[in-house]
Design a protein around this ligand. Structure first.
Ligand SMILES: Nc1ncnc2c1ncn2[C@@H]1O[C@H](COP(=O)(O)OP(=O)(O)O)[C@@H](O)[C@H]1O
Ligand SMILES: [Mg+2]
Length: 319
């Protein structure tokens, strides 16, 4: 669906995307994550042809984007919806009129427009607001209008640039749930840009980490968080500080496992005490995952390792 190879993008002399390689499959919910200025929006805008790229290949729906002529580009963009942080609604138009706008521009007839807009307002839960104006809506409701508008031309792909960044956590969750529903029910591929790890954890199946235009991580979301490499840890601000005495063992809790009681049962079974020196459990895509670092005495190392070997989990001795 989206295939990017060795993509470089410059603004003037400044390289803002460096050797980007990635594939996004149909039906994915794919996150592009990074701090401000990393190049996330630029990458997103390259995908729908709003920005040019100088080197490499970017294929979307079997089209090399930079080869599209103006007219082809308009047709191409029809199949790619987009939503933004600040909603971009027209204040003087009603909810219905805002959603109808893309179809009007493309010259659809009134009855087709009416049916489509009514269906979409129903989908986003705003049927009763069709005559309201944007200023009468909450932030979450405004984003729902923008989502409905982005779906009017039956896109294959929905691009979201920080769509929940202006919303409170509960509203963010409700918008993310709506995006999941759209992904599942309409089979629309979603590519979302965010600087919030919480958003990635709640919705993305795969994520790409961008830093100063470079990819520093690209993986299935669970794996990114479950076994973060050094760069990822640094990115998350989670460089571990562990004791220099004894032995530190890191235990991973992968998805679909209920090993949270492992630590306490191990303590009981082996009749030893140990400290939990670092740990994090969190919910990712509705699975609990995380890791814990325990510190034990040198003399207990074999005992604990033998015990862990009998369990179907990942663990490692930290150097
Ligand atoms: N139109 C532009 N002209 C020149 N530089 C730009 C332009 N847009 C963005 N940049 C620069 O490109 C880099 C990436 O920006 P952007 O993609 O907006 O980052 P992000 O969305 O991750 O915050 C930044 O250094 C930014 O200043
Ligand atoms: Mg941005």
């Amino acid at each position: 669906m989206v295939e990017i190879k060795n993509l470089n993008k410059y603004y003037g002399d400044v390289k803002v995307l460096n050797d980007i390689n990635l594939t996004i499959d149909k039906g994915d919910i794919f996150a592009i994550v990074g701090h401000s200025g990393a190049g996330k929006s630029t990458l997103l805008r390259c995908i729908n042809g709003l920005e040019e790229y100088q080197e490499g290949s970017l294929i979307v729906n079997n089209h090399e984007v930079k080869n599209l002529k103006k007219k082809e580009l308009n047709e191409f963009r029809k199949k790619i919806g987009m939503i933004f942080q600040h909603f971009s609604l027209l204040q003087r138009k009603t909810v219905f009129e805002n959603v109808a706008l893309p179809m009007e521009i493309w010259g659809y007839d009134d009855s087709t427009i009416k049916k489509k807009v009514d269906d979409l307002l129903h989908l986003v839960g705003l049927s009763n607001k069709s005559k309201s104006y944007p200023k009468e809506l909450s932030g979450g409701q405004k984003q729902r209008v923008a989502i409905a508008r982005a779906l009017t031309l039956d896109p294959d792909i929905l691009l979201s640039d920080e769509a929940t960044s202006a919303l409170d956590p509960n509203t963010t969750t409700s918008i993310l749930n709506l995006l999941k529903k759209i992904n599942q029910e309409l089979n629309i591929t979603i590519i979302l840009v965010t600087h919030e790890m919480e958003v990635v954890k709640q919705i993305a199946q795969k994520a790409l980490l961008l830093e100063f235009g470079n990819i520093i991580g690209l993986d299935v979301t669970e794996d990114l968080f479950l076994q973060p490499d050094e760069k990822m840890k640094h990115f998350l601000g989670e460089d571990e500080v562990v004791p220099t005495d004894g032995v530190n063992i890191k235990i991973y809790f992968p998805k679909d496992s209920a090993h949270q009681s492992l630590i306490t049962s191990m303590a009981r079974k082996l009749d030893i005490d140990f400290n939990i020196v670092w740990g994090k459990l969190e919910e990712i895509n509705t699975h609990i995952i995380g890791n814990i670092v325990i510190n034990i005495e040198d003399s207990q190392k074999d005992l604990v390792c033998d015990y862990l070997k009998t369990k179907d989990i990942n663990w490692e001795i930290l150097k």
